[in-house]
Design a protein around this ligand. Sequence first.
Ligand SMILES: CC(C)(COP(=O)(O)OP(=O)(O)OC[C@H]1O[C@@H](n2cnc3c(N)ncnc32)[C@H](O)[C@@H]1OP(=O)(O)O)[C@@H](O)C(=O)NCCC(=O)NCCS
Length: 166
Amino acid sequence: MTVRAERPGDGGAVHRVHEAAFGRPEEARLVDALRYSKAWIGGLSWVVTEDEVVVGHALITRVEVDGAPALSLAPVAVLPECQGRGYGSAVVRAVLDAAAATGLPLVVVLGDPGYYARFGFEPASEYNLVAPWPGVGAAYQVLPLPAYNGEPQGHVTYPEEFDELN
Ligand SMILES: CC(C)(COP(=O)(O)OP(=O)(O)OC[C@H]1O[C@@H](n2cnc3c(N)ncnc32)[C@H](O)[C@@H]1OP(=O)(O)O)[C@@H](O)C(=O)NCCC(=O)NCCS
């Protein structure tokens, strides 16, 4: 297994990983759209490969919390036939390490706490962070980064590319 930042030319393989993992095209299209958006931060799109084939991907992009800059982990995917072998955990840990180096304060994620708690994610409600989607409850989580100092708090705003997800 090799974990590395995305390189030029990985886009097609990354698209296929998301399409296969989610069983629908929306997340794959989201990644494609984010890549050319203001939310993209170079160096925060990571892949995991096996025999030089991309088998997993994790993306962190820019969001705002009450107008202040922060980060969002989404989406994360591993090819169905490769799941449960540690690829997802490896690529998520790598992209979170890279996020810590940005100096930004936190990363939010919407997902199963049973999966994301292992990376240090905690309930976003305990940090006064409010998702733009009602009713997500404990699925909305936050990882405070080394630069976190108690702020920002408030409503999280995602780039318009996320509007296509449901
Ligand atoms: C979620 C996903 C990225 C995990 O990747 P992976 O390579 O299978 O994960 P790992 O092998 O590193 O970790 C496996 C562990 O995660 C758990 N896990 C996997 N998917 C999970 C999910 N959707 N919810 C909760 N736990 C999950 C497994 O039970 C296993 O737990 P264990 O370590 O306690 O045995 C992958 O299963 C996937 O692509 N799923 C479909 C897309 C998706 O739901 N993405 C996340 C939402 S953005």
